[in-house]
Write a protein that binds this ligand. Structure first.
Ligand code: ZN
Length: 130
């Protein structure tokens, strides 16, 4: 298996760092929003308003869950950079194209394997379809 050139790897490391900072900022913002909604819900005892606040908190949690999952993927990508398996598809073992890694530096599957994975795991990753 051919490894990525150091220059490309460094670039992807930067992308991972940037993405991680953005995600952490996002989570902080969501946490602050939830405080605001919680306060709103306690200040306004109207049933309509508090159910709106609950809905907003639920939506916030979904966003935070997504962010946390991505942070986990970034941590995994870093570990794989350290042990030299980064850039290799975990399903088929082929090199993931640099263009794909640039778009999604935490990707651990090539595009065809990711498609397949999403199709076979659609039920667990998505809610009820409309
Ligand atoms: Zn693959």
């Amino acid at each position: 298996m051919e490894n990525l050139p150091v220059q490309q790897l460094d670039h992807l490391k930067d992308l991972l760092n940037q993405r991680e900072r953005a995600l952490r900022a996002d989570i902080l913002r969501e946490a602050n929003l939830q405080d605001d909604y919680a306060q709103l819900a306690s200040e306004v005892p109207d049933p309509g308003d508090s159910s709106f606040a609950n809905l907003a908190v639920d939506l916030g949690n979904a966003a935070v869950t997504r962010d946390l999952n991505e942070l986990r993927a970034i941590a995994t990508a870093r570990t794989r950079m350290e042990n030299g398996s980064y850039g290799e598809c975990i399903e088929c073992g082929f090199q993931i194209p640099f263009e794909r890694l640039q778009a999604q530096p935490a990707a651990d599957r090539c595009a065809p394997c990711q498609d397949m994975y999403e199709k076979t795991h659609a039920d667990s990753t998505r809610g009820a379809s409309l």
